[in-house]
Design a protein around this ligand. Structure first.
Ligand SMILES: [Zn+2]
Length: 171
């Protein structure tokens, strides 16, 4: 699109960072049942560079991780969320669905097979249960000049957070 075009990344991935910070704040005030580590990886678009480095140089043994929940594109969850790698992580996917049905947070928790599209992937490849969650809804601005803060709706953002908080207390 030329030198003038800027992809600001409002939904992908500033909204993902926002969700991470929101949850980190929550868990600082409400101690979770098990330890929760928050990691922000860089270089995802450039080829999973950050998560590749991390899985090769982990700060604690990878086998101690119960589940990696990779979060991005939280811009609009009007229609719910999709769980990438939900087929291989059936236990984790079923738990998300059960909680959602019980609490009625989101219209849909969709399952999707494995895809090497984000930072959960290299954890999966290292034998760690890992899922990638993104929201569904809105105009779907993504990887373009329209993905800006102004176009962010953050619809059902708090419901997604509530679902993830319940998930962390039950996994
Ligand atoms: Zn992207």
């Amino acid at each position: 699109m030329g030198n003038e075009a800027i992809f600001k990344g409002g939904s992908d991935n500033a909204s993902g960072v926002s969700m991470l910070l929101y949850l980190a704040k929550y868990f600082t005030e409400h101690k979770p049942r098990c330890n929760v580590a928050f990691i922000l990886f860089s270089g995802e678009e450039a080829g999973l560079i950050g998560s590749s480095f991390y899985t090769q140089n982990p700060m604690f043994p990878l086998r101690q991780i119960k589940c990696v929940v990779n979060i991005d594109i939280m811009g609009n969850a009007e229609k719910g969320i999709t769980v990438v790698n939900g087929e291989s992580c059936r236990k984790e996917f079923d738990l998300l669905q059960t909680i959602n049905k019980e609490k009625n947070y989101l219209p849909e928790v969709k399952i999707r097979g494995q895809a090497a599209i984000s930072d959960h992937y290299l954890f999966s490849e290292s034998g760690v249960p890992a899922i990638f969650i993104y929201s569904n809804g809105g105009q779907g601005y993504y990887h373009d000049v329209f993905d800006t803060a102004e176009n962010l709706m953050l619809t059902r953002f708090e419901e997604v957070a509530a679902l993830l908080i319940d998930f962390a207390s039950k996994i």
